[in-house]
Structures are given as C-alpha cells and as structure tokens.
Design a protein around this ligand. Structure first.
Ligand SMILES: [Zn+2]
Length: 90
C-alpha cells in the first residue's frame, strides 16, 4: 500500500469492466474528488471533518457515484466512530 493517500486505488476499481449497479451501464469514468466526511447530529459539530481525496467511479448515464475511502482516512473514521459510540454509552 502506498503512503500517498491521494494515489490509493480502491479495490472496487480493479475488478475489471464494471457495470453500474443502478442502471447496468458500462459508461463509467474514474475521477478524483475531494470529500469532507462529517459525523451526523450535534455531536458531529464538535468534530472536525475528515478530508478524503478518493478515486470516484461515476456512471455517466445515471449519475451514480461510488468512492473508496483510503486506508489512512478509514482508520481515522474508525477511531472517531468508536469514540462516538463510547461517548453515547456514558
Ligand atoms: Zn448508472
């Protein structure tokens, strides 16, 4: 796995010719994106967003988009989600 999160390639993009799960089209394009992931609700306001720069697979017929969260950012989200669960138990 590379250390550059921007260069990470999600596994779903390596499965060969993909069809859109929504409309069945093969007219898809691999793009890049910038996404700020927030936790929902009032508790989420206290946490900074987790910025992700994923590869994005966009169906150019229906607009469905699929992205993979890079490993480093996924670990951050996992830690924040666990902390949120523990806060809700207190
Ligand atoms: Zn589609």
């Amino acid at each position: 796995m590379t250390t550059d999160a921007r260069a990470e390639r999600p596994r779903f993009l390596d499965r060969g010719a993909l069809t859109c799960e929504s409309c069945g089209s093969h007219n898809q394009s691999e793009l890049t994106a910038e996404v700020a992931i927030h936790f929902p609700g009032l508790k989420g306001i206290k946490k900074p967003p987790v910025w992700v720069f994923p590869k994005l697979l966009v169906c150019l017929d229906c607009g469905r988009a699929v992205l993979g969260v890079p490993e480093k950012e996924l670990r951050i989200l996992t830690v924040l989600a666990k902390a949120e669960t523990e806060e809700s138990l207190c």
